[in-house]
Design a protein around this ligand. Structure first.
Ligand code: ADP
Length: 257
């Protein structure tokens, strides 16, 4: 784009005020343009690595460089990489819908306790592989009126993060508390934690703590931004408490109806 320089401001009257707001608008536009460019560069970068891996292994199999008794191993890697790409594109799509005010919320009554159990089952392989223990503290039936698929996404993402950012052998505790008009779901981990200075930013889109530490795992820093939006759409709240090398607790509080 063409660089536009500030209009020099010499007057103190209405024209001067106008000049000042034009200059501010211009700065805002340049900032948005810079963010847009960074977004495209960042997303392209995140898509390249899995695509290069998939391409390489497929070529290896087609060319016969990878012997048939090794193919299953490489096909498993290809599957993992496509799942990673699916997660990134799903996240981008959700974010685009949220920002356009286009994410429909379909509320039904469901049992949150069963939903949490379901999420734990979905993630059990990942958890067992890391030797992580999950302790659950909740009644067998706690009813909630909300968008079941979206709340599942919220819990899945938080428990996934808890497993991902906890060292092998660690502990996770999930509790659900029912009050007169709200339900709170807390996910605590004995993981690596988040520095106090970083805490205010972790719900920002594309924000990732120490970008390198979780390379090739997780998404592209959209998970928590999407969760926060979903919780907001339910008029709920999400808070985090964390201490570096001690662990993190994410608590989602939702109105019962
Ligand atoms: P990502 O898709 O990169 O995991 P998220 O939006 O889910 O992005 O999380 C943003 C960042 O917050 C992550 O990169 C990670 O560094 C940090 N984070 C999220 N959950 C936890 C947790 N339970 N413990 C420590 N760090 C966390």
């Amino acid at each position: 784009g063409k660089e536009v320089t500030d209009i020099p401001m010499t007057r103190k009257d209405e024209i001067g005020v106008l000049v000042q707001s034009f200059n501010e608008m211009k700065q805002q536009l340049q900032k948005t343009e810079k963010m847009r460019k960074e977004l495209i560069a960042g997303v392209s970068h995140e898509l390249r690595a899995p695509l290069a891996a998939i391409r390489g292994f497929v070529l290896g199999i087609l060319d016969g460089v990878i012997p048939s008794n090794q193919q299953e191993k490489y096909l498993t890697v290809i599957l993992k990489e496509t799942e990673h790409l699916t997660r990134i594109t799903d996240d981008l799509l959700d974010l685009a819908k949220l920002e356009a005010g286009n994410l429909p919320i379909n509320k039904t009554v469901f049992n949150v306790s069963s939903l949490v159990n379901e999420v734990i089952t979905i993630l059990s392989k990942h958890r067992v592989d890391k030797g992580i223990t999950i302790k659950t503290v909740y009644e067998a039936e706690i009813l909630l009126l909300a968008d079941k698929a979206r709340i599942k996404q919220v819990i899945l993402n938080l428990v996934e993060n808890a497993i991902r950012y906890t060292n092998p052998g660690g502990n996770i505790s999930i509790s659900i508390r029912e009050l007169s008009s709200t339900i709170s779901i807390s996910i605590s981990d004995s993981g690596i934690g988040i520095n106090v200075e970083e805490l205010p930013y972790i719900f920002d889109k594309f924000y990732r703590v120490e970008k390198s530490r979780n390379h090739a795992s997780g998404g592209i820093g959209l998970g928590l931004a999407i969760i926060k939006n979903i919780v907001d759409l339910h008029r709920g709240r999400i808070v985090v408490e964390s201490e570096r090398n001690i662990g993190s607790t994410f608590t989602v509080t939702l109105p019962k109806e």
